[in-house]
Design a binder for this molecule. Structure first.
Ligand SMILES: [Zn+2]
Length: 455
């Protein structure tokens, strides 16, 4: 465990809370001990947070940490470091590992890997079907009652396309307040699909991925959720029509929640023109009109949260022909900056909205405690300090995971996470992920360490 020893005392001076008020924040162990101005604490490490926004630690409901089975792409440890770098204190780990997270044993293994890494809370997601094969329900109840306490189930990467299996899964998880997180992709409508279906796919001669393949599954699933009175979560919504269907379902009182990724809020299908496989992702990048609808849906609450769909791949899976390349992009380290660029810079969302869509609501949907709490006395010391005035050309040095398949390399992005606190420990300081050595240096020094501000 790289972050060990006693949790320190921290005094964060002059941070800006999501509502715009300025305050000092005193952390004592794993709790927020005091808020106010002019606070003092002997023996505390002091951080100058003037100009920094303090947010509750970010919670990602959708990340691929690849372990067990694909450790050349990412491990729970390397993914946890990437998450901390991005300001996250909790990450839900998707089930498409090898073996899949479809038994109590495997989800408990992933939970233990997360605990031993220590950078964030790693909450395993359980597979809906055995081996994500879509044939037979996995041991949902056993995973729910395991030490991993699984409440979110998903075959993500694959759609639970069989309506009877989807119905049974929705029924099954009701007894323990679980939720089915669906990767909405009608498989027959997307065979061999390579990019968004439209004028551009015709021009480039690539097989199109029609919006209706996503929208038809969402429409079916919200009706199934209504029929059985269960909770549905829609992963990575990517089309304007999907936003309309979810808006309709919510107005009808159906228990549906939805997520959008940072990349679907910022990037469009035009990037496919260069055939750079860093832009190949599932669901595909869509049109400018879709991006505008997703932003509006997030702003009006139709879409509940932002989730990264962090999907690490080794270079050999991306440095190849477009048709042969793997789908997916890493996103933990860049998420807050990309959301900032997409919906904060233009005033559609403010920092209180960001707290809601990237911390509070994902924790609620996933039914985890100890995360997503407001910055208040007694709340867990799960905290992110973000510099909204910073600007950087995003580069490989900004990535802390094993894989570097980021679509943002060489793009200019606003903002930067300066510090992350998890259970009272600084997992990131000065924008740098802390390790055993850095941490012991810090404890030996035992004095103030400033967090520089930009601009
Ligand atoms: Zn997916």
């Amino acid at each position: 465990m790289p972050i060990d020893g006693m949790a320190q005392r921290w005094l964060i001076r002059g941070a800006t809370l999501p509502d715009g008020t300025s305050t000092d924040i005193r952390l004592d162990g794993a709790r927020i001990a005091e808020l106010g101005t002019g606070l003092s604490q002997s023996g505390a490490s002091v951080i100058d947070a003037a100009g920094l926004v303090a947010l509750p630690g970010l919670v990602d409901l959708h990340a691929h940490l690849r372990e067990p089975g694909y450790e050349h792409s990412e491990t729970v440890l390397s993914g946890s470091r990437a998450a901390a770098r991005g300001g996250f204190t909790s990450v839900f780990a998707m089930a498409n590992t090898l073996p899949a997270q479809d038994t109590a044993g495997v989800v408990e293994q992933v939970l233990a890997l997360g605990e031993s890494a220590g950078y964030v809370d790693v909450q395993p997601i359980g597979a809906v079907t055995v081996g994500l094969a879509g044939k037979q329900l996995a041991e949902l109840g056993a995973m729910a009652s395991s030490r991993a306490r699984v409440r979110v189930f998903s075959d993500d990467g694959f759609c639970v396309s069989d309506p009877l299996l989807m119905r049974r899964a929705l029924e099954y998880v009701k007894s323990f307040d679980g939720v089915i997180a669906q990767h909405s992709q009608e498989p027959r409508l997307t065979e061999k699909a390579q990019m968004n279906e439209g004028a551009l796919s015709g021009e480039l001669g690539l097989v199109g991925w029609p919006a209706v393949a996503e929208e038809s599954i969402i429409a079916r699933d919200v009706l199934l959720a209504e029929h059985v009175g269960s909770r549905l979560h829609v992963c990575h919504v990517s089309t304007a029509g999907s936003v309309d269907v979810i808006r309709w379902a919510k107005a009808r009182g159906i228990q549906v929640t939805a997520e959008v990724t940072p990349h679907h809020l910022l990037l469009t299908e035009d990037l496919v023109r260069g055939y750079d496989a860093r832009f190949k992702v599932n669901p595909p990048l869509r049109s400018r009109e879709d991006v505008e609808a997703l932003r509006a849906g997030l702003a009006d609450g139709t879409i509940d949260i932002v989730a990264t769909d962090h999907a690490p791949h080794p270079a050999e899976s991306k440095d190849c022909e477009w048709d042969a390349a793997a789908n997916g992009m890493v996103g933990l380290e860049s998420a807050l900056s990309v959301v900032h660029a997409a919906v904060v810079a233009n005033g559609m969302l403010n920092w209180s909205d960001i707290e809601r869509v990237l911390s509070r609501t994902p924790a609620q949907i996933g039914r985890i405690t100890g995360q997503g709490k407001p910055i208040a006395v007694g709340s867990p010391a799960e905290l992110t300090l973000y510099d909204p005035a910073a600007t950087r050309v995003f580069g490989r040095a900004d990535l802390s995971g094993t894989s570097v398949n980021s679509p943002y390399l060489s793009m200019t992005l606003p903002g930067e996470v300066r510090a992350t606190f998890h259970r009272g420990y600084a997992t990131v300081l000065d924008g740098t992920v802390q390790g055993e050595i850095a941490r012991s240096n810090l404890e030996i020094a035992g004095h103030a360490r400033g967090v520089p501000t930009h601009g």
